[in-house]
Design a protein around this ligand. Structure first.
Ligand SMILES: C[S@@+](CC[C@H](N)C(=O)[O-])C[C@H]1O[C@@H](n2cnc3c(N)ncnc32)[C@H](O)[C@@H]1O
Length: 208
């Protein structure tokens, strides 16, 4: 299925295939940014196979994890169950959250390597609305976009929410403070993400 036939972009169940796709380790930028936070409620958007949500749950966070791929979440929930951890896994697109019980606000909204179609831009508002007053938004993108590789996988990176789209939406925005905008080296795991060696990290706080 092409991204044009799927309202949420790529066919992620197909991409997740038959075996584990990602490393199974928590993202190092999550570890850097969240290790010293007081646990509260967290929403992991595009949680994939769940390593980040599981890492947060291990540290006492009450985590809701959403993803369009039921296949990825099935792996995630089995990994959490094996570790004796409870995470609220929801096979739902961010775009469709509005009328779901998960359309609450959260002390931490984490989005690692998002694949969110930009559309008319309302998806960014949907994302920001999930952050509670006083809460944090943490978004990490790969800093290098390999357009050739993207084309081979059947998508155009410009169709998706980029690091700079979020910065533009948050800059000088009432009730928001951007704390961190940084490019950081990445210890690339083996597997499909191994060609990415640096990240763009965005951390912003909602004040009210
Ligand atoms: C590049 S993967 C990253 C997965 C995970 N965050 C990680 O770092 O391993 C992007 C994830 O976003 C999910 N996704 C794509 N579109 C989405 C949407 N509209 N709402 C929620 N999740 C979405 C995909 O199924 C996929 O699991």
């Amino acid at each position: 299925m092409s991204e044009h036939e799927n309202p949420h972009g790529l066919d992620w169940d197909e991409r997740y295939g038959d075996g584990q796709l990602w490393s199974g380790h928590a993202n190092e930028q999550l570890v850097v940014e969240a290790s010293n936070l007081e646990p509260g409620t967290a929403l992991d958007v595009g949680a994939g196979e769940g390593a980040d949500a599981i890492w947060l749950a291990e540290r006492g966070w009450q985590v809701t994890a959403i993803d369009v791929s039921a296949k990825a979440l099935d792996r995630a929930s089995r990994a959490a169950a094996a570790a004796g951890l409870a995470v609220d896994w929801r096979a739902i697109a961010l775009e469709d959250l509005e009328n779901s019980p998960a359309a609450s606000t959260y002390g931490l909204v984490s989005v690692f390597y998002p694949a969110l179609l930009r559309g008319d831009g309302t998806i960014i508002e949907t994302l920001l609305a999930r952050v509670a007053p006083g809460g944090l938004l943490l978004v990490v993108h790969h800093s290098h976009v390999d357009r050739e590789r993207a084309a081979e996988h059947g998508f155009d990176p410009d169709d998706y929410v980029r690091h700079k789209d979020l910065i533009a939406a948050l800059t000088d925005r009432d009730g928001w403070e951007i704390d961190v905008v940084e490019k950081r080296g990445r210890t690339a795991p083996e597997g499909p993400g191994a060609h990415h060696h640096s990240d763009h990290v965005l951390r912003a706080r909602r004040s009210g």
